[in-house]
Structures are given as structure tokens and as C-alpha cells.
Design a protein. Structure first.
Length: 117
């Protein structure tokens, strides 16, 4: 069975966007990753709120939906840019079947063109 995912894409500062981590760049990198790995993207969720708290409208909306209906084949992926990484990882692992892509994505986070073949 083909995997299905939702992309969660967040940038909270102009500096992050200016250094190549814009929502457009994140979306392109994640879609390329999913394409290479035969994963269907059901929807991309864009957020521009700070990671200081989980009071983020799009995250809460999708989290609530997934918490009610998550299936084994549905995975949650995101680019990890948060200072609260350990707390985020704990929450995601508790509620989602999360396939970690951090190591695969590290080079692309340093260079947004890393997936341009």
C-alpha cells in the first residue's frame, strides 16, 4: 500500500525565509523527497507562527483532525527547524506514526538546492 502524508511547513521569521528556508523551498524539498520515496502528499499545511508554543492555528486544526482519524499508513512529516525540537519529537512520536527524515534532509536544510537533480 502506498504511503500518504500531510506536509507541515512552518517559518516564523523573515531571517529563516531569507536564508533559504522559505515555505516555498520547504514545500519543494518535501515534495521531492516524497516523490523519490513513492509517498503521496495529501495536503501541505502552511504555518507562520512561532515555535515558542503550540498555539498555532493550522497545527492545532490538523493535529485535532489526525488525532481523530490517523491511520497506520498515514505519516506526519515536517522539516525540523524548532528550538523546541525534543519536545516536538516527543509529542509527534506519541500521537503519530512518524518516519523521521531529519538525517535525510540535513543537507537540504543547509543547501535548499541539494535535491535539484
Amino acid at each position: 500500500m502506498k504511503q500518504v502524508t500531510y506536509l507541515y511547513i512552518r517559518v516564523s521569521t523573515d531571517e529563516q525565509a531569507d536564508k533559504g528556508y522559505s515555505q516555498i523551498n520547504q514545500d519543494e524539498m518535501l515534495r521531492k523527497f516524497c516523490s523519490i520515496n513513492n509517498i503521496d502528499v495529501r495536503k501541505a499545511i502552511f504555518e507562520d507562527h512561532s515555535a515558542k508554543t503550540f498555539n498555532r492555528p493550522r497545527w492545532k486544526e490538523k493535529f485535532d483532525q489526525l488525532n481523530k482519524s490517523v491511520k497506520d499508513e498515514e505519516k506526519a512529516y515536517k522539516i525540523k527547524l524548532s528550538e523546541l525540537q525534543k519536545k516536538i519529537d516527543t509529542i509527534e512520536e506519541k500521537y503519530f506514526a512518524l518516519k523521521k527524515i531529519t538525517n535525510t534532509m540535513k543537507k537540504s536544510l543547509k543547501s535548499p538546492d541539494a535535491y535539484n537533480h
